[in-house]
Structure formats: structure tokens, C-alpha cells
Design a protein around this ligand. Sequence first.
Ligand SMILES: [Zn+2]
Length: 133
Amino acid sequence: MERIPAKTELGKRGALVADVNCSRCGLEPESTNHILSSCIWARAIWWQIRVWLKLPNPDQTDAPAQILKWIDTLAGLKDWKNVVIAIAFTTLWQIWKARNDMEFEQKSISIHKTVEDIKMYSYGLKTRDRWCD
Ligand SMILES: [Zn+2]
């Protein structure tokens, strides 16, 4: 809902932001949707998680809301969808956390490390349900 404090949001709220571009790619203004889904860095993470979960390719992934809506349209049992949604929220959280590590601590968390962390935090879901191996 564009409410997390991305640089463009901070600018709208009157904060002085020297450079509104994304700290990861540097190509576009840093909005919530950009950080969490449309940045090439986020897209690479989502792609790896989608492959890990053996999910088809979504049509629209420019915003977290589109990703969650797409998950809802997938065929499958409700329990399985709930697992996928929980992993999607874990993915959003880890992308945001890695962005903050870069922004505030100049600590670059690789795509590989972010994906491994998402898998680690999703491990309980993964072992409880047999759809993800
Ligand atoms: Zn970017």
C-alpha cells in the first residue's frame, strides 16, 4: 500500500532525501513496489523462490499486491496456498531487511544469501507440508 518508508515516500512526507534512487540498482526511484517487487534485485529473488516452490510464471509482479493476488489464483488446496502466502510474506520481509542492511549499515546482502535466509525461515513450513521440497 506504499506505506513503508521508501525514499519516495519519505520525500512526500517532507523528509530531505539526497538521492531517491534505489540503493540496489540505482536505476529507478525507490518506491515500496520497486524495493519489494519490481527492482531487478527483487525480481531475481522472487524468481528463485518461485522455482524453489515449483510455481508457474506469474503475469504481473510489479507490486507485492499483484504477487499475493496471483498466488490466490493458483490451483491447489487451501493449506498449500497458505504455505505459499506465508513464504511470500517471508520473502517480502527478507527483501525489506536486506534493503535496510544496505541503506543503514552499507552491508550488501547477496541475492543468494537472501534466498537462503528465506528458505531457512520457511523451513518449518516446508517440512510440515510436502508440496515444497
Ligand atoms: Zn532497484
